[in-house]
Design a binder for this molecule. Structure first.
Ligand code: FDA
Length: 393
């Protein structure tokens, strides 16, 4: 039986961050993962450039049944702390938009940085390791693994959520939490594209596949001004991913395709100034010609503006500024960036991330019921929760 101070299961964003920070306290750390490579999601993230944090991190950027839980960890390890680490390693970065910080080069810069820190701090990393069973034993935990029996004082669960099983995701962390008496909030895919079944809408999306438009999308009392992307399968792009985290089956989305302008006033002015212009020609001043034509085919008859009476103009404005649609579903965990729900944070210390059910057991990262908005917030949660646990594990 190999005994060590701390075992961390999951060599993703949170596990790697926790590993070297724990080892820097002089603890012997063994980091295990069932995958053949560490940090696969880091490599895939941000379209290959890893949106590793955000300049404007606020507790309001996170969804949880317990919204106060994330505050302490986020305050103790901030985006500026992570930027200092990035700076120490000379990783070049830039702000893309809305405070979102990306690598100039590749996501592997962030993974290499974390691996270098682990190496320097003396973390032992073991990949391709299956964990078969965990038991509380004396003052710690014993594990049966494909690499033989292991024992530790502190056990950190950093196995993430259910999103993208092909990148190593599993429900393992939830299972462990359940085994030690924790409540798990039901999970569902977040930051995920919508699918549609309505034939007319599907046709619109297929025809416009690849087209991106600025919009203000709302669902469940939350709204986001971002781009909407039409795809062959339905609706994607940052605006849709953001609202998907607030969407439940059956909910209707409201999309303003003319954000920042009063649609009715715009139509009325155009009618007064250019009565002979066709509706689709006017719409082509805002959307692509193809989209303007398709919207007219789908929703309104395109006529010269002077031929619409006030209620008809009102209806056109309503359709453009408050397009109501009910998605059939989402693409699910296959493409979701995060998992909503997870280990109930009311049973975990917000200061240390330690289980209140089983001393010496810690949960960090996405396995917990804390999910961020799109824009680097999920990684910031991984870094911050990992750092918190690393001070105590
Ligand atoms: P993470 O999933 O990173 O790591 C979990 C680790 O545990 C994995 O290495 C896995 O193999 C291992 N594991 C799982 N089950 C196990 C078991 N049974 N035994 C042993 N090991 C096990 N966020 C962001 O802020 N900016 C971004 O740009 C992106 N981009 C992005 C793109 C894509 C495609 C996805 C899927 C996700 C993102 N995200 C993101 C979200 C972000 O990647 C995610 O929130 C963090 O990686 C979560 O970190 P964790 O360490 O908690 O889990």
């Amino acid at each position: 039986m190999q005994a060590t101070d701390v075992i961390i299961i999951g060599a993703g964003a949170a596990g790697l961050m926790c590993a070297f920070n724990t080892a820097l306290r002089g603890r012997r750390v063994l980091l295990l993962d069932h995958a053949n490579k560490p940090g696969k999601k880091i490599l895939m993230s941000g379209g290959g450039r890893c949106n590793f944090t955000n300049l404007y991190v606020e507790p309001g950027n996170f969804l949880s049944h317990n919204p106060h839980f994330c505050k302490s960890a986020l305050a103790r390890y901030t985006q500026w702390d992570f930027l200092e680490l990035v700076g120490k390693h000379g990783v070049p970065w830039h702000e893309k938009k809305l405070g979102q910080l990306f690598c100039d080069n590749k996501s592997s810069d962030i993974l290499d940085m974390l691996l270098a820190e682990c190496d320097q701090a003396g973390v032992e990393l073991r990949l391709d390791t299956r964990i078969d069973a965990i038991e509380a034993s004396g003052h710690g935990y014993s594990l049966s693994t494909s690499a033989g029996p292991l024992a530790c004082e502190s056990l950190v669960i950093a196995t993430g959520g259910l999103s993208i099983p092909t990148l190593g995701a599993s429900g393992f962390g939830h299972q462990v939490a359940r085994q030690f008496g924790h409540h798990i909030w039901p999970t569902r895919a977040g930051l995920v594209p919508f699918t549609l079944t309505d034939p007319q809408l599907k046709n619109l999306c297929t025809e416009l596949s690849g087209t991106s438009v600025d919009c203000y999308a709302q669902c469940g009392g939350q709204g986001f001004r971002e781009n909407l992307l039409f795809t062959h399968r339905g609706l994607s792009g940052p605006a849709m991913l953001q609202v998907s985290s607030y969407w439940n089956p059956g909910d209707t989305l409201e999309i303003d395709l003319l954000p920042g302008r009063d649609a009715l006033q715009w139509l009325q002015e155009a009618q007064a100034q250019r009565p002979a212009i066709e509706l689709k020609t006017l719409l082509a001043e805002v959307f692509t010609r193809k989209m303007a034509g398709l919207l007219c085919e789908c929703w309104f008859e395109s006529r010269p503006l002077k031929q619409y009476n006030p209620p008809q103009l009102d209806e056109i404005a309503r359709q453009l500024a408050a397009w109501q649609l009910t998605p059939a579903g989402t693409e699910g965990y296959r493409t979701a960036e995060v998992t909503l729900g997870g280990v109930d944070t009311r049973e975990v210390s917000s200061k240390t991330m330690e289980s209140q059910k089983s001393p010496g057991l810690y949960f960090i990262g996405e396995v917990l019921d804390v999910s961020g908005h799109l824009g680097g917030f999920n990684f910031q949660w991984a870094w911050a929760s990992a750092y918190a646990a690393a001070q105590y594990a």
